[in-house]
Ligand binder design. Structure first.
Ligand SMILES: [Zn+2]
Length: 369
């Protein structure tokens, strides 16, 4: 677990303790949580589905408990690499309930077992995430989509038409609020399209503000995206996003997350459905993340800028040989992860200031925000 995620998971608890103390003293505040509490996590028996199978009719009444797939059973049912979909195969979507049963994470992810996420009052993030996922599932199934509800443990090489990791935020600042979305560091065109589609639907559906600029390294480096490091991760070609739906520590956000969960679920489902409608299922290239070599700065050094433009703000001047790990490319610039001393900077570097190497790319340690 990174320092950042430590802070994230502990901070809401500290804040909560403080709030409770204050409430007790002045008897002025209503004790959290809000009246509508998410359904408790379900631990039903696994009902693995195989590719191409038609989904059983899902619950239509909203937050009815749904079976959560046991990782062990689905692991053997799905191939580690994408397989061609026979004509007529319904689209398959994985809804991952962030932090759900994180204590069951496999040995390779043991350091994230204690990563239980945010919390408000007695409501854990996993409970909120599950309550929302349970509402998204029937909305997708009503449109013919096969849905896997996945716990924190992702089946090895999980292969689907879309993977959405559902999370909520917490902060020591009660003013922190809003939602945000991220793709993996190295983003396929499909992941980007999925993110844009959900972003376009989620804001209007929920009325929640976007936490612009709030996307963290921990989101882009989400452990379940890290197919290079872990077996229990999505397949390289599975379009994937992580959504932080809002802050459990914000009263304004809770009014929607807890009070109007149907709007939250509608926002996610509409975005995913729009993506599935608009994509070209035959465009295999759109599924492939870029595979750039690790770069080093040329003798004159490399300038890291805030945007892919020569007049953009300078974030860092990297000296000769500085290690630069690109994850995107635009207009003769690489968007890259640059490490200089203790600083970790993401910015844009001109292509002609870099030399390719045959080193293995190193990204920040995967996290579970
Ligand atoms: Zn989380």
């Amino acid at each position: 677990m990174s320092k950042q995620s430590d802070r994230r998971s502990v901070a809401p608890l500290l804040l909560l303790a403080l709030t409770l103390l204050l409430s007790a003293c002045v008897a002025a505040r209503a004790a959290p949580p809000a009246p509508v509490t998410p359904a408790p996590p379900t631990m039903s028996a696994a009902t693995p589905t195989v590719r191409g199978a038609v989904a059983p009719p899902g619950p239509t009444g909203g937050a009815a408990p749904t079976a959560v797939l046991a990782p062990a059973t689905i692991a053997t049912a799905l191939p580690a690499t994408p397989t061609p979909r026979p004509p007529g195969t319904p689209p398959r979507v994985g809804l991952q309930v962030g932090h759900l049963r994180s204590d069951e994470l496999p040995e390779e992810l043991a350091r994230l077992r204690a990563s239980t996420g945010a919390r408000w009052g007695s409501v854990t993030e996993a409970e909120l995430n599950l309550a929302i996922a349970n509402r998204v599932k029937p909305l997708l199934e009503a449109q013919g989509v096969v849905v896997d509800l996945l716990p924190a443990t992702v089946p090895p090489g999980y292969d689907a038409d879309a993977f959405i990791a559902i999370h909520a935020d917490g902060s020591i600042s009660p003013a922190a609020r809003g939602w945000k979305l991220a793709t993996p560091w190295r983003t396929s065109a499909a992941s980007r399209a999925l993110m844009n589609a959900v972003a376009a639907a989620y804001g209007p559906a929920t009325g929640l503000p976007q936490d612009s600029g709030g996307v963290t390294f921990n989101m882009k480096g989400y452990y379940a995206f890290s197919y290079r490091r872990y077996q229990h991760a999505i397949a390289r070609t599975t379009p994937a996003i992580i959504i932080e739906m809002g802050f459990m520590t914000s009263a304004a956000d809770r009014a929607v997350l807890f009070g109007q969960p149907e709007r939250v679920a509608r926002g996610i489902a509409d975005g995913v459905l729009a993506y599935l409608r608009e994509r070209d299922p035959d465009d295999g290239a759109a599924l492939l993340p870029p595979d750039y070599p690790v770069m080093r700065a040329v003798a004159a050094g490399a300038v890291v800028r805030a945007a892919p433009r020569d007049d953009a703000r300078i974030l860092l001047r990297a000296g000769e040989g500085a290690r630069i790990v690109p994850f995107d490319k635009l207009d003769g610039y690489y968007q890259a992860f640059v490490r200089a001393g203790d600083a970790r900077v993401v910015g844009w570097v001109r292509e002609d200031e870099l030399i390719a190497t045959d080193e293995q790319p190193v990204f920040p340690t995967p996290a579970n925000p």
